[in-house]
Structures are given as C-alpha cells and as structure tokens.
Design a binder for this molecule. Structure first.
Ligand code: HXC
Length: 524
C-alpha cells in the first residue's frame, strides 16, 4: 500500500501545480471532514475557520503547512498529521500585522509534539522579530503522548518563548477547547486569556481529582470559563463562543500598541471636553451609600465606550481599557457598590497585573479613587494581604507611564497610597469637593484618638458624634491634601474629562529614567 506521506512527483509543471493544490486541500481538511463536522457539533469552529474569522479577508499567509513530525513509534511513521496539528502564520487585523497559531483538534486532538511546538515557537519568534502581537487559539489534548519527552521539551520551549515575548509584544491566548495539564501554563504566561464557554482548562481534570482527593466536580465547574473568571481569576474575558472570543480579541487589540516601542494608535479623537454636569450627581456625598463606578467611567471616556478586563473577578475593583480624546488609557477604579470598594487580595492582584501590562506597553494609567481601606479579616491576613497589597504599591511605583489620579470620595490610609497618590508617582492628582483624603475614616479616627474623652463623658454618644465631626472637618476634606500639594487641584466633577484629557496631553512626552537594574523583584 502506498505511503500517504510520500508524494510521487508528477511529470509536468501543470500536473505538479495540480498536485500542489491537492496537497493543500488535504492539509486544509485537517483530520478529515468527519472530525471537522464533530468540531462544529461541539459548537466550535475549526482551526482554520478561527484564523479566517480573526484576520482581515485574504490576509492570512500560512507558514509551515507541510511540516511533519519525525516520530516513528506507535504507528506514527504511517500516520498522516496535516500541518502537524497546528496552523501558523501571519496576517492583518484592521490592517495591523499580527502572528497567529491555531491548534487543530481534528488532527490527533491538536496534541503538541516536537514539530507542532517548534512551529508555534518559530511563529512567536517572528512576532518578536517584527514587533507584532501574537495570538494563539488553544484547542488540544496537550502533550502528544506518542512523542514522549519530545512533547514535553516542546512545551518547555513554548513557555520560554512566552516569557521572551512578555513585555515586548502583546500576547493573547484564546482558549477554545481543551487545555489541560502543564499545557495550561502557556496561556498563563501570556498577557490576556479569552476563554469560550466550550473550553476547559485545568492542571488535573475531574477524574484525577476524584482519584486523588475524592472530590467530585464536573469539568465545567472545575475548569469552565465561568469558573475561571469568577473563582480562579485565571482568565481575563469570557466569550459565549469562538466568534465572540474573536470580537473580544479584536477590540482588545484595538486599544494596544503593536509592541513596547510604540504608542497605541490615536483613534477617532472625540474633542468634546465640555462639562458633564451629570458627574455631580452620580457619587453620593454620604460615604455609606454605594454607586456604580462604571457610570462615572462611561461619562469620562470617549463615546462612553470601554473594555473591562476581568469583569467578573474581584469586582470591588474595575480595570478597563478606554480612550480619552483618542488616546488609549488603562483605568483602575474602586467599585463602591461591591464591598464598599475595599482593596482585598484578589483586587490587588487584578490591579497589579493590569498596571504592569499598561506600563510595559506605554498605556497611561487613570485612577478613579473611592476606597475606604484594605479589607479587614483573618482570612485576608492569613492569605497574605500584606504581600498582595504590596503588589499594587510596587506596580504603581515601578510604572513610568503617565499616571493621573482623581479622588472622588474616600481615600483612606494605605489604600489611598495603593491607588497611586503623588508619592507613588502620580503626575497629576485631582480631587472632587466630595473627596475625603485622610489616614482613616472620621469614625475610626475619633474612636482611637478620643477614646478616653468619649468614655469619660456624661453622654458618650453625643461626645463621640461631636468628635467625629471635629475630625471630619479637620481632615476629611480635599483641602488639607491640596494644601500639602498631595493633590494638584480640587475640581468640579463636571470637568473631570477635560482635566484628564489635558493631563494626558501634557504628559504624553513623559520620560522617566530609573536606576539601571536587571529587573526588580515584585512581591508574589
Ligand atoms: C495524542 C491525543 C491526545 C494526546 C487526544 N488525542 N489527546 N493524541 N496525544 N495528548 C487524540 C485521541 O486519541 C483521539 O484520536 C483524538 O485526539 C480526539 O480525542 P478524543 O478523546 O476522541 O476527544 P474528546 O472525547 O473530545 O476528549 C478530548 C480530551 C481527551 C479530553 C482532550 O482526548 C483527553 O483526555 N486526552 C488526553 C489528555 C492528556 O492526558 N494529555 C496529556 C497530558 S500531559 P482518534 O484517532 O481516536 O480520533 C501534558 C503534559 C504537558 O499535557 C506538560 C507541559 C509542561
């Protein structure tokens, strides 16, 4: 029987061209029509459909379609493995060049052996060489078992390349099928993970967990997109399906520069910075009342349009990309409607990661501050709130991009510093007349410093109320901070967009050299 891997060349050029077209057709069919149909039955697109839908029409230039593995064991010498189970190459998205890889589950379950990993790593190297973003669709049973440690080595090389690209070109992982075991460390090393509801990701699956710990859990509960968004915080975006994931990827990319030497594209500037009086109404003066900070964000950014990152995780802080007067910004905002906007372990991790990304890719940071403090509690202390909270201090202090901070209401103690005050390098800091910038809230402060007086008083409740007011008048205003230069100006909330836009313009040319070092050592 003829070996399907051996191509007997035809006699004429025309015939060879036909033969070439036939070879392409075979490769494009991946694991065959039946397996491609199965992919559709599972609500998933095929590897090539994903690339076609992601890239501008006809822009895809495939590289390595004819690459083959070189394994001979377990029948692999006879196996036909088109493109070795991964489609790689380059193309454009809204005219901007990118590099892509897409695992083909129809070919040996998208499993990654030596050649597949080499193809992926070579594509990543091309991203580096050309300064273009790298996007990778993961849909794979993991290391190709027939190839043994060559598969492991391939993953090792992928991880190494992920880290090499980190901070140089944006890396976006789209988990669109299984991504199990050590394989999940590759997306974990990228900048953003978009996960579809058809996908699963875990280090050890439900079967292994059941046999080791006895716990029973479904694949969805353990490693579905919702679990990763709301519980583990491993991913950045949940998508209904492949099409939705692709839309998210495109929108995300639109906010990002091509690489760390460029600025994000200046897009469709909206020069309207006229006062927005509605901003005076959104934030209640009563600090006990919550509100949705996203209503404030929508009034400040161009067209009210922003892309929230990790929208379902640590919802007490909001991280989002948006534009202000055409410039991309990263917004970090406390969310008073969740846990009064306190910072906790998860919020600190979420914010620090986002700040680090923005700084690496020249995206100015805008802070909207309404924070009563770090969340008190034994679990928070045992969980390491000290080192987690320190990440925010570290990330802001390290960031050299323009940093613009606006205090809307509460800004107490360490959490005020952690939201990037002037001492942590805010270039412009503003406060609304509702701002309370203080070491702590008036109630807590009065309880500490007037404790004896309150206790000795004939009417402790009245004395306490009096002392709270006294402290509040003395410190819980924006004017003490303004007098110390901790804020540059106290502003009408209606002018917030104009003030931020002006500061972005002013600091667009900011250059801030730091002492030479190999790299810093962020708390983990
Ligand atoms: C080789 C694989 C494979 C793998 C799947 N296939 N995973 N071939 N190596 N890792 C093949 C199957 O044999 C099958 O081939 C085809 O892909 C489709 O798989 P199915 O099982 O039929 O699909 P499905 O029922 O959808 O299940 C998908 C799956 C399951 C959950 C991913 O295939 C699975 O559990 N695979 C093994 C996962 C695993 O243990 N991987 C290795 C982990 S070790 P045919 O010819 O029948 O169509 C690892 C270490 C990495 O990844 C460490 C890096 C540091």
């Amino acid at each position: 029987m003829a070996d399907k891997n051996v191509i007997k060349l035809a006699e004429t050029m025309d015939a060879r061209v036909s033969q070439l077209a036939e070879q392409h057709h075979i490769i494009e069919l991946g694991g065959g029509q039946a397996r491609l149909d199965k992919q559709h039955e599972k609500g998933k697109e095929t590897a090539r459909e994903r690339i076609d839908n992601l890239l501008d029409p006809h822009s895809f230039e495939e590289v390595g379609a004819f690459r083959k593995h070189r394994t001979t064991l377990f029948g692999m010498d006879k196996a036909v493995v088109p493109a070795d189970g991964v489609v790689t190459g380059s193309g454009t998205i809204f005219g901007r060049p990118v590099h892509v890889a897409s695992q083909d589950f129809s070919v040996m379950g998208g499993s990654a052996g030596e050649t597949q990993s080499t193809k992926v790593v070579e594509t990543m190297e091309q991203s580096l060489l050309t300064g273009t973003p790298f996007l990778f669709f993961y849909d794979s049973g993991g290391a190709r078992i027939q190839e043994g440690i060559d598969s492991l080595s391939g993953y090792g090389k992928m991880f190494f390349a992920n880290v090499k690209l980190s901070g140089v070109v944006p890396q976006i992982a789209i988990i669109a099928g299984p991504c199990a075991g050590g394989a999940s460390y590759s997306p974990a090393l990228t900048d953003f993970i978009i996960m579809t509801k058809q996908a699963h990701m875990f280090i050890t699956g439900p079967q292994v967990i059941k046999s080791v710990t006895g716990e029973q859990v479904s694949a969805d509960e353990l490693g579905g997109a919702v679990a990763h968004m709301t519980t583990s915080g491993n991913i950045h975006f949940v998508a209904e399906d492949d099409d939705a994931a692709i839309l998210i990827a495109k929108k995300l990319l639109s906010f990002l520069p091509q690489n760390n030497t460029e600025d994000a594209e200046f897009v469709n500037p909206n020069n309207d910075v006229s006062p927005c009086e509605e901003l005076r109404e959104i934030v209640p003066l009563d600090g006990k009342k919550g509100y949705d900070i996203r209503d404030v964000i929508a009034k400040i950014v161009d067209w009210g349009d922003y892309l929230e990152v990790k929208a379902g995780y640590a919802t007490n802080i909001v991280t989002a990309f948006a534009r202000i007067n055409g410039r991309t910004v990263g917004i970090v905002a406390n969310q008073p409607k969740v846990m009064s906007g306190c910072l906790d372990i998860n919020a600190s991790d979420k914010a620090a990661e986002f700040i680090g990304f923005c700084d690496a890719f020249n995206i100015p940071l805008v802070q909207l501050v309404d924070v009563p403090g770090f969340l008190p509690g034994v679990q928070q202390e045992y969980g390491g709130i000290i080192r987690h909270g320190a990440k925010m201090l570290y990330a802001y202090s390290e960031a050299t991009v323009p940093k613009i901070t606006v205090v809307l209401r509460k800004a107490y103690g360490g959490s005020y510093l952690a939201m990037c005050n002037k001492d942590l390098g805010a270039d412009a800091a503003y406060a609304w007349p509702s701002a309370e910038i203080a070491v702590m809230g008036a109630e807590g402060a009065a309880n500490v410093i007037f404790r004896k007086e309150i206790k000795a008083s004939e009417d402790p409740a009245a004395t306490r109320a009096e002392k709270i007011e006294e402290y509040s008048n003395a410190f819980n205003t924006p004017y003490v901070a303004a007098a110390r230069g901790q804020v540059d100006d106290v502003i009408d909330p209606a002018d917030t967009r104009r003030k931020i836009a002006a500061a972005l313009e002013m600091y667009a040319t900011k250059r801030q050299p730091r002492p030479a070092k190999k790299h810093g050592n962020m708390p983990c």
